[in-house]
Design a protein around this ligand. Structure first.
Ligand code: ATR
Length: 267
């Protein structure tokens, strides 16, 4: 019988995850079906419980439910424990296991796809919400230095920074000289432009955890205009975290080569 998986979020109608997992299923010849589940804000639990009660085998969890999912599952893998957020749920018998593949997905994109050197890289994370929370430990493990979390609401940056033993700051306190700057804010359409000084990104490699099919997110465009050394949106991270989730569910890691290009070309 075909095993059922889905991405749960709100909104979820534009999620690329079904397309990505369908490509993976074809490439690995795994018999799965992958859909979208929109849960009302405030009722993650009811929708997730219903999905698993009716034979669902696994979920990807996206905004705004990564913390709800962390609270709901029966157990956590190390990455979920470290980050306090769950983006993948795996069924093991009657147990729902909460996992987090965002950190490893980001590292695979930065290190393997983009070839950015993180060992010894002075690194700045913009934002202190769930997206930032999911990646800080992985960045530390990759050997970044002077890791700083900067946020519009400074106290949130300080709280998150203290939890991970790194530095916290307000957006307007940070200076330049970063090797890598990651946008983990939700400042999508309005962009981060104007909220940090241009010197924060000029000469740096800038990565936006948000994505746009043409690659030109507002943050990427703004950073490029300020003279960033290189910019990338987060489509590669989305694909790599999906591949890691697929591995957890099916015990086979799909080849991700060419998937970003396929999605960007609308194929
Ligand atoms: P997520 O789980 O995706 O990180 P979140 O918890 O709502 O979402 O956090 C959103 C992050 O984006 C926060 O760091 C938020 O800053 P505040 O803590 O000050 O709210 C940041 N953010 C959202 N909109 C922003 C904007 N227009 N400018 C700057 N930061 C913004």
């Amino acid at each position: 019988m075909t095993d059922r998986y889905a991405v749960i979020g709100n909104p979820v109608d534009h999620s690329l995850s079904p397309r990505i997992h369908t490509v993976f299923a074809t490439r690995t010849r795994e018999d799965i079906e992958y859909g979208r589940l929109e849960a009302p804000r405030g009722d993650f639990t009811g929708v997730a419980r219903h999905f698993f009660a009716h034979g669902g085998r696994g979920l990807n969890v996206t905004l705004p439910f990564k913390l709800d999912a962390w609270r709901w599952v029966d157990s956590h893998d190390d990455a979920a424990t470290e980050s306090g957020a769950v983006n993948t749920i795996v069924v093991e018998g009657s147990v729902k296991r909460g996992c987090n593949t965002d950190g490893i997905g980001l590292l695979r994109d930065l290190l393997d796809n983009l070839g950015w050197d993180l060992d010894g890289a002075r690194t700045l994370v913009l934002g202190a919400g769930g997206a930032a929370q999911g990646i800080v430990e992985s960045l530390k493990r990759a050997g970044v230095v002077d890791l700083t979390i900067a946020n519009r609401t400074r106290t949130k940056a300080e709280t998150l920074a203290a939890r991970f033993g790194v530095a916290g700051a307000g957006l307007d306190d940070v200076g330049g000289g970063w090797d890598v700057v990651l946008n983990a804010t939700a400042a999508g359409l309005s962009g981060i432009g104007g909220l940090v000084a241009p010197s924060v990104v000029s000469g740096s490699r800038c990565y936006d955890m948000l994505y746009a099919l043409d690659g030109a997110t507002p943050f990427c465009r703004w950073a490029a205009d300020q003279g960033a050394r290189e910019v990338s949106d987060g489509l590669g991270m989305l694909i790599e975290q999906a591949a890691e989730a697929f591995l957890l569910w099916r015990d086979v890691r799909p080849d991700t080569g060419g998937v970003a290009k396929m999605l960007r070309s609308g194929a």
